[in-house]
Every structure is written in structure tokens, then in C-alpha cells.
Design a protein around this ligand. Sequence first.
Ligand code: DP6
Length: 338
Amino acid sequence: MQNQSQLRQQAGKAHQATAIAHPNIAFIKYWGNQDDALRLPVNPSLSMNLGDLHTITNVQFDNKLPVDMVVINGQPLPMNSPALERVTSQLDLIRRSAKLWLRAKIDSSSNFPVGAGIASSASAFAALTVAAAAAAGLDLDEATLSRLARRGSGSASRSVPMGFCQWLTGDDDSSIASSIAPPNHWELRDVVAIVSAAHKTVGSTGGHPLAATSPLQAVRVATATDRFNVCREAILARDLATLGTVMEEDAVIMHAVMMTSRPPLYYWNAATMSVIHAVQQWRADGLPVYFTIDAGPNVHLICEAAHAETVMAQARQLPGVSDVLVSGVGGPARLVEG
Ligand code: DP6
């Protein structure tokens, strides 16, 4: 097994590299930017990497290519598509730093279904950034990689470091994510109750600029740092009741902002609400589990490993739940052989 610095050296010589990154679930959410182009968030956020889910991306710079070519889960991205332009802009950041003017072939695949309510942009832009930087011959530290990944997708900044990660507000240089605890700090599980696999009509990138149109956003932002601090301490102390309580409040206040934006964004469906009610009942019955919800209808059930099987079995019984996924805590984005 080669270490990261050996893999980086090889990658720089060959102009090609492969990286793996995990998606993450935020306990304290990022919603709204101070600067949409630079993806500078209005509040700090906190998340856990999902180790059982990943994106693997190969980047190969090639002097024979006239344009960047991107294949995702076996499907080429169409020319001039917004998705392809987003990848090209991210590669341009790296090409500029490396003073390398070659186009690249990118092959990326994820082991979790699109539409599972798990943001693939986080793992995708973290893996792309780590692989492209190495393939371009750059030797960058984790903070710089997190900062660059942020430019591709805000939540991708949190998929670069390992385990439990915080992403701070700041300017382009200082708004980066770092790990507050390694994966083995706490055996938490994210049990994802899938209530709809349909593609959302407004994704996060379209949603962030709407946040400021809600009269509730100012209140959310003014109180976010307090929730962030409570959540951070709860993670460090492995205190699930405190983590769960603040995490639920944070998710609901974000959805209140979404629902009161102009135009409003309603991500929940009837089954989302049924799962929330079920979680409250399970807790009343003594099962320690808490929910959070991203920009979609699916519900993430956070519990300790010892209760994951029970939570999965009970979630499968709920009306409207079509599938259930589970993941433990994951490591950092990193280079791999291949
Ligand atoms: C609701 O990071 O997906 O999942 O920066 O436009 O790619 P872009 O947005 P993205 O937003 C994530 C929003 C969220 C909350 C969170 O993960 O913090």
C-alpha cells in the first residue's frame, strides 16, 4: 500500500490520479451565502462523513483533448451543459494554480443512488478536487484542498477532512472545513429513510440565493452560531440527546426558511411528516434516534450503532418509506491507486 505522498508524486508525473471521497450529512446546516460565486456561507456548519457511501473519481490531463470530458456513472455529460461547465470551472481553478493548460478526462462513479436524498455534489467535488490537484502536480495541504472543494460545492469543503467536520464562515482564504473528531470517536449511524427518489425541482445551488428572501433567515443566521457551539460540544462529549435536539431544531428552522422564501421551497412530502412523527413516538418509547432533513424529502435518522438495526427495521415498516440506507462515519477524501 502506497502512502498519500507516494501516490501524489506518481500522479504528478503521470498527469493522472484517482481519489475517493464520502458524502456528509450536516447536523448544523449551510443555507445561504454571503458570496454565491465564492460559496462563502452565512453561518458555520457541522457534519459527519458517511463512510459506507463514496464517490471515486479519476482525472487524467491529456494534451490531445480539445475540451474537458466528464463521465458520471457511465453517462457522458452533454457539451455546454451546466453540470459540465461547473466541473470545467472547478478544473480551471486547479489549472490556474498549477499553470497547467491541458484539458482533462474525468470518470466518476458513486456507490449510492442518485435521488437517494444524499448530496452527491459534496463527495463529487471533494474527490474531483483531490484527484485533479494531484494529477496537476500540486502538493496541497488539507485546508487548501477543502477551500478549493468549497468553490465547487459548499458542502464539499466538509468532505475533505475526516470524521466529524466543522466549516467556518470567513473570506475566500479562511472559510475552510476541518475535522473536530476522527471517525472512531463515536459510532454513530445515519439511517436514511427514502420517501421519494424523484429528482428535486430546485437544487441547493438554486436554493441558497433564495434564503435571503425569507423573513426568517435573519433569525436563523443570528442563532446559528449558538446551535453550532452546542452541537460541537455534544459531538465532543458523545451526548446524543443534546446533539439530536439541536440538530432537529436546526433542520426545521432551515426548512422554515425554505418554506417562507419567495418563491417558497417545499421539500417535504406527506411521508416526510409521517417519519418525523414516528421518530417522536419511537423516542417516547425509549429508542434514542433523532432526525435531520436536507434539501429534499428524505429523512436522515441519526442514532448510535447499537440501535441502527432496530431503527432500520422500524423505518422499513413506515408507510411511504420505499427504501432504507445506512452508513457509519467516514474518513477523509484521499488518493487511491488505480
Ligand atoms: C441543505 O453544498 O449542496 O444540504 O454549494 O450550491 O453545491 P452548493 O450547495 P450544497 O448545499 C447543501 C445544503 C444542505 C445543508 C448542508 O449540507 O449543510
